[in-house]
Design a binder for this molecule. Sequence first.
Ligand code: PHE
Length: 452
Amino acid sequence: MNQSEQWSSRIGFILASAGSAIGLGAIWKFPYVAGISGGGAFFFIFLLFTLILGLPLLLAEFAIGRSTQKDAIESYKAIAPNTKWHFVGYLGLVTSFILLSFYSVIGGWIIAYIFRTITGQLNGISAEQYGIVFAETISNPGISISVHFLFMLLTVVVVAKGVQNGIEKANYIMMPALFIIFILLIIRSLTLSHASEGISFLFFPDFSKLNSEAVLAALGQSFFTLSVGASTMVTYSSYVKKSENLPRSALSIVMMNIFVVVLAGLAIFPAVFSFGLQPDAGPVLLFQVLPNVFSHMPFGILFFLAFLVLFLFAALTSSFSMLEIIVAVISKGDKSLRKKWSWIIGFIIFLMGIPSALSYGPWSDITILGKSIFDAADFLVSNMLLPLGALLIAIFVPYKMKKSVLMEEMQHGGGFAKGLFNMWYFALKYIAPIAIIFVLLDVLGVWDLLFG
Ligand code: PHE
């Protein structure tokens, strides 16, 4: 019965999947993780992982979803009946639960900033004051929980209606508008006094700064930004028509994503160095840096507000996909169940996110393995669960799906030349599992133990 949902057009599917992919990962997470992990070298490894692992895996999720036209659990069951492989789907659900719980906290920060901007509290203050205002905002439990609640509310309202009705049309305007405002921002950022230091920080790799944690972070980041490893893209591609050209869609999503990552980097790093801020400030980086850039622009407050609204939209189109995969499994295409369960699951995720929201305020002293609750949740999802899910999908597709079925999926709507198909297949079957296992073992220190 999953067929009750379908994207209305080719571009609808690409925009929705790109909407899922492009979000906090590219705009907020990439700059701060790159800032902590040494800049250029991190960016280089991230690009490499995105192209040789992320792209093939995105296409693998598309192949599972479109060939079965079923949700994140049933699709694995349909391909490998009477096996345990559908646990990959459950893993995706668990990942989405935890991910959305802290994702929504950051989404809430955007809402809080929108309020602050509208009420004029950011007018004419200095670079340091932005940092202080922001720290006050996120450490205030009342504010951070309320805006986290609002973000979840917006997510639930749309998913309860059905993602297709909810977002397809808005995507047409919001995405290009976000690109335009980024370009304005970059022009300003690049003309600041120490812009070149930011550029070299981001683009000139210094591999001596790279350690095994940074490599794992780059791996996690490439999956995170493409929404790969949680069966999200399995779900979204199950709503797509057979006539769709999957390889082309996957490639455009990857390219758009890299484009946004570069835009965000170009907007942020030149400004970091020009305003004397620190690139390794962590999750607060974007929120401290960008208001400064806008305040050095004519009509800066208005542009900042427009940016925040578009940024919020980008975050929401990603959060929809996280809730959608869970709701699709439970409601099985039944409209009234979809409504009811969107609200119930949304509320549970709101509750789960409260500790993350508090971890920047009253609970900042509580740590799990040396990380705050928020950082621990993020680490678990980005650097453990998504790579694990991706690893299992990379094994599942070539070993459990028939080559002829895969070939057919890739041929619809134009498709792949044979040589490209073989490259994709090889990347999935050999490169992805070996690379992911290698990086995971490296972080656990296994190589050092064996060879060190
Ligand atoms: N890709 C989304 C982002 O970058 C996050 C995401 C990860 C969404 C995994 C769904 C699944 O913001």
